[in-house]
Structure formats: C-alpha cells, structure tokens
Design a protein around this ligand. Structure first.
Ligand code: NAD
Ligand code: DAU
Length: 340
C-alpha cells in the first residue's frame, strides 16, 4: 500500500507514521508537510533512514505540487495537515481558514484527480461545540463550532462529506478528543505545563480551571485511524475518545504532583475567548463496527508522557524557537504580568 500522510512532521502525524511503519512493514509512507512552526523532522529521527519512508516538503494548498506527487491510483491520503492550536486561531483566524478549509479542499481535489482510493480526514470533537455537565458527542450531534479553529475544521469536514455525496469518493472523517503523548508541541496544555513546572515558572490556568477535556493517548488515536483507513465504511464519520474526562485543574495538579513541584506555581489567568466548557466523546460506533479499544489508562499514559518530556529536553528546547518565544509573550505576557 502507498499512503500519503500530510502533516506528518507534527505531533499526531509523526506518531502515526511510526505506527504504520511498525504495524505494516511492507507499506510505503510519504510524508507531505510544509514544515510550519509546528512541523519538526527531529520527531522522525528514528524512521528517516527507513527505505519505506520518504519526506517531501509540500504545502497542501499547492495543487501543482500535489499533482506531481500523488501517483494515479494511489491507495490512500490521510490528512493531518492543519493549523491546530485554538489560541492561535483567536490571534490570527484567517490563517486557519486558508490551511484548514482551503488546504483540505485543494488536497481533496488533487486526490480526486489522481483517483486516490481512500481519503481519511483527521478532524476533531471540537466541531460539535461544547457540552453541559452531562451527555456525550455522537456522530449525529450537530456541528456547532465555537472557535475559528473548530469552525475551519467543520468547514473542511463538510467539503470532505460533499465529495463523497457528489463524486462517490471513498472518504472517512475521524473526530477525536484531546490527544497527549510524546512529540506534542509545547504550546498545548500538557507539555506547556510540564515544561513550565520544570523551570519553576507559573502555570497559567485559564478561567476557573474547571473546563473539561476528554484525554486520549496519541497511540490509541493512531490505532483508531489505522482501523478507519483499512475498514471504515465509505462516507462514514467515526468519533474517537477514551472516557478520560478531567478538569484542566486536575491535569495541572497531577503534573505538579508527578514532578514533585508545589501547587503555588498555579496561576489562574484571564480566560480563553469563547472557551468551550466540556468535551466528551461517545465512541460506541468505532468500538462496535471496527473493534477499537484504547490500550492506555490515563494515569499510566500521563506518567509516561511527563517522563518523556523530562528525558527529551533537547527535543523541546529545539522547538522553542524565536517564533515560539514571540507567541508565548503575546499569549501570556499580559496575562501573567511580571511573573511570565
Ligand atoms: P500539529 O500542529 O502538531 O501538526 C500539524 C502539522 O501540519 C505540522 O507538521 C505542520 O507543519 C503541518 N502543516 C500545517 N500547515 C500545512 C500545510 N499548509 N501543508 C502541509 N503541512 C502543513 O497538529 P496535531 O496536534 O498533530 O494535529 C494533527 C491533526 O489532528 C489536525 O488536523 C488536528 O485538527 C487534528 N486533531 C488534533 C487533536 C489534538 O489533540 N492534538 C485532536 C483531534 C484532532
Ligand atoms: O479536542 C481536540 C482538540 O484538542 C484538537 O482539535 C486541537 O487541535 C487541540 O489543540 C486540542 O484543543 P484544546 O483547546 O482543547 O487544547 P489545549 O491544549 O490548547 O487546551 C486544553 C485545555 O487547557 C483548554 O480548556 C484550555 C486550557 N489551557 C490551555 C493552555 C495552553 C489552559 O488553561 N492554559 C493554557 O496555557
């Protein structure tokens, strides 16, 4: 099988490339990534000399490049490429429409021209909006995105769905909850808090810290995408989540306790605009249809992930470029005041 993985230098994409090469050793994997601030080839150091793996620097908005790369009749495209951080979408919303909506459309159209057999769109539970204190998102929940990021992902989902309805393209959409694990960019909650705690810097918790996310280890997400890629019914959406609901404050307290750091490092700061209160996924469909079950317990996965960041200081120091430092100052400077 020839698989074209876009955004393969990012957090989930790089984990997925390793998952595929490990579990399907005869497959050929092409990593198409534009290498934005979030793309990092260091995350793929252990596969770069694998003869079944090839990196091609590509922007998913570049139709000409995609036409040259996607060989006619290729087996599959799995689209991870995206602007993925909600806070950045509040600072610069249009960048998200360009990459996530237009980029997905250009890629989908190139895949159609090339007669690609399967197109998997890696989407997010955030397209469903926010929940109250009870209930779960199912595949039938209405799309009610609240941030420019989630709106752009919902837009992409609609275009992917339309290509199935209109052109009978074999597509699937996966909608997963929050991922954690190795190689996640330090702008996201868990790595940001681990790294700040290691530096004895304040841990900026938005609002009252009671917002709830439903956490899943990245390897469990990769297994779900692999099952959808091989066995997903054409045109279907699959939710993915492991029933690990935690408040943000609980996450931060667990990190501090694991690292032996004091809770006095926690600082409640101005809330995120339009901050979704709770996400929780009903993953019954993927369990029943495709036999997916997560392997990690949240406690083991979080402990392992914290240790990974402690042991891979070089990786996260390298990605904290000038661009990241500028972003950090813009996002947290006035929130944390002199303590940032
Ligand atoms: P990430 O930000 O770590 O990585 C995104 C990757 O896409 C980077 O390597 C970047 O260089 C690349 N990219 C950006 N624009 C591109 C373009 N125009 N052309 C080619 N490559 C481009 O993101 P992630 O956390 O790994 O998320 C991957 C996908 O999974 C995203 O589509 C995201 O919406 C979705 N998702 C993420 C989570 C999560 O918790 N992280 C959960 C559910 C779904
Ligand atoms: O639900 C899936 C989504 O999960 C993915 O689609 C996104 O790509 C991914 O970034 C993630 O979005 P979130 O906004 O939930 O993740 P983030 O790590 O940015 O924030 C998690 C929670 O922690 C959220 O409620 C905001 C809060 N938070 C985050 C940061 C960075 C803080 O309190 N302080 C912070 O400094």
């Amino acid at each position: 099988m020839n698989i074209f993985i876009t955004g393969g230098a990012g957090f989930i994409g790089s984990n997925f490339i390793k998952y595929i090469l490990k579990n399907h050793a005869d497959y050929h994997v092409y990593n198409l990534d534009a290498l934005t601030y979030a793309g990092n080839l260091d995350s793929l150091w252990d596969v770069e000399s694998n003869p079944h793996y090839r990196f091609i620097k590509t922007d998913i908005q570049d139709a000409g490049a995609l036409d040259e790369i996607l060989a006619p009749g290729s087996d599959a495209v799995v689209n991870f490429a995206a602007e993925s951080h909600v806070d950045r979408s509040i600072l610069d919303p249009q960048a998200f429409t360009h990459t996530n909506v237009l980029g997905t459309h250009v890629l989908l159209e190139a895949a159609r021209r090339a007669g690609v057999k399967k197109f998997v769109q890696v989407s997010t539970d955030e397209v469903y909006g926010t929940l109250g204190s009870t209930g779960y998102f199912t595949e039938e929940s209405p799309l009610l995105p609240n941030s420019p990021y989630s709106a752009s992902k919902a837009g992409a989902d609609c275009i992917v769905r339309a290509y199935h309805e209109t052109y009978s393209m074999d597509v699937n959409i996966t909608r997963c909850s929050n991922n954690y694990g190795p190689y996640q960019f330090p702008e996201k909650l868990i790595p940001l808090m681990v790294i700040n705690a290691l530096h004895d810097k304040p841990l900026p918790v938005y609002g009252d810290g009671q917002n709830i996310r439903d956490w899943l280890h990245v390897e469990d997400h990769c297994q779900a995408i692999d099952l959808v890629l091989h066995n997903g019914r054409p045109g279907e959406v699959y939710n993915v989540g492991g029933h690990n609901e935690r408040t943000n404050l609980q996450i931060v307290q667990s990190i501090l306790s694991e690292l032996g750091k004091p809770e006095s490092l926690i600082q409640f700061v101005e809330d995120r605009l339009g901050h979704d209160r709770r996400y929780a996924i009903d993953a019954t469909k993927i369990r029943n249809e495709l036999g997916w079950t997560p392997r990690y317990t949240f406690e083991d996965g979080l402990r392992e992930t914290i240790r990974w960041y402690v042991d891979h200081r070089d990786w996260w120091e390298n990605v904290q470029s000038g661009e990241y430092r500028k972003y950090y100052e813009q996002q947290y400077g006035s929130r944390l005041g002199a303590r940032s």
